[in-house]
Write a new protein. Structure first.
Length: 73
């Protein structure tokens, strides 16, 4: 059985989201997710592949950023 995955919504360049969680790469908002766990998982995978990038997850309801650090292998 193949489980269909929902692609993250694209964001408008000049509008801040009012709900959900958004992955920020080098200070630019890139992809919106419904749950914090989905956003953190995607951010962690990206950080493992590209450790030089500054990656954070933006919580639109609280208006806060959570930095994602590279995990050692």
């Amino acid at each position: 059985m193949i489980q269909a995955t929902k692609k993250p919504a694209n964001l408008s360049m000049n509008a801040m989201p009012s709900d959900g969680y958004v992955m920020a790469v080098d200070g630019k908002l890139k992809a919106r997710y419904e749950s914090e766990s989905d956003a953190m998982t995607a951010a962690s995978k990206l950080k493992q592949s590209y450790p030089v990038l500054q990656i954070a997850v933006y919580d639109a309801a609280k208006r806060t950023y959570t930095a994602v650090n590279a995990q050692e292998k």
